[in-house]
Design a protein around this ligand. Sequence first.
Ligand SMILES: [Zn+2]
Length: 464
Amino acid sequence: MGIALIWSVIAFLIRWIFSKRRGAISYDSSDQTALYIRMLGACVIFKQLFSRDVRVRSQVGFEPERRGSHPYLGVDFRTLHSRAESAGSIPARRIRRLFSFQRHLLSSRLLRGVPHQNPLHILDEDYCGQARCMLEKVGSWNFDIFFFDRLTNGNSLIYLTLYLLNHYGLIELFQLDMVKVRRFLVLVQEDYHNHNPYHNSVHAADVTQAMHCYLKEPKLAKSLTSCDILLGLLAAATHDLDHPGVNQPFLIKTNHYLASLYRNTSVLENHHWRSAVGLLRETELFSHLPAEDSVNMERQLGSLILATDISRQNEYLARFRTHLDQEELCLGNASHRHFILQMALKCADICNPCRPWELSKQWSEKVTEEFFHQGDIEKKHKLEVSPLCDSSTNSIADVQIGFMTYVVEPLFAEWARFSDTRLSQTMLGHLCLNKASWKALQPEEAEFEQDGGSRALPQGSVES
Ligand SMILES: [Zn+2]
């Protein structure tokens, strides 16, 4: 009797541990046995169960020193941007997620050892009519991803990507197992940190939607292969997977293990890529393809995601300019198509300032909130505050105008040279108007702050 009880407690603990996912964990692809290093997360949870000290420290946002060389080494990404929650007040989003049936069912089914029942009906039945209507206009540049995310109960990334995979006929063409596809997308969405103000699954959904808009552009549509499209969509959906909500310099100066693992080079992008590969292998999405093909897909996925490293922007831009100046881009050439996919993903990743003002403004506020939060952490721990992260010397308008001028405008100007279409002109038009709107808000912001106001933007939008 006693032994049975002990076994049932152990079984419960194991089920609980494996159903309680942590963020994706990177592994070096040269070490094939490290595929299941994701499960290391479970070990940490085990430690939390039996160590009160660890649990308390984790709750304040820091895990105990591990791989130990710096007191800030173990910043817990999952709690970095979480707000203090008073007992008894559960955020609405958290309640929604608790009730998200397919999230629980699909993400933990396999690890809990529950046999598959066909969950194919779930999304169809759950589909809200309005969300379905919105998806019919998913190629519109005015697509409101925030509204779509609300309509889909915080599952915009899953629904949108699944819709697009179907839309392009990729599931049938690559004979993808629908259950694996859905499980993969659920895990991808889960591995984004929704406490991050900006780098969360809604941003990933937004980038995927933008990618779709670019894939439809005539030059790309007539030359891209189905494999290119599949890679483009998967790269967009996973390009910031398990983003910690802090930037690479922060990871380097805190001696974070990811910075060591990737030798301070494209640390986050390498982590996003390896995390995506981990999910592909965990869900066996491409297991039916020849090994050579799936390895090639993983490699190309990496090449696309690594291109989103903003510190390498000039390098990609220079190559793009050279190709355009010499009129040598030939989309019949696989390597040129891949380069254009890289540029398309780069554009999709930073296209927020090219969206209509009401959408663009929300993104600007979110990204600046994330920057300033990093700055606050740096100040709190007496670290040098990263550029753009100091809320006492930067404003949202300043940050945005600089970003638009030095990063977004040069990229989209070249993209418009490559793809001179109505969409490109629309994007440049919004960019120009949004920049003017931020400039118009600049003096107001300065006055507002001199009066001792907060950094929140004045209410009332500037129409563009
Ligand atoms: Zn991104």
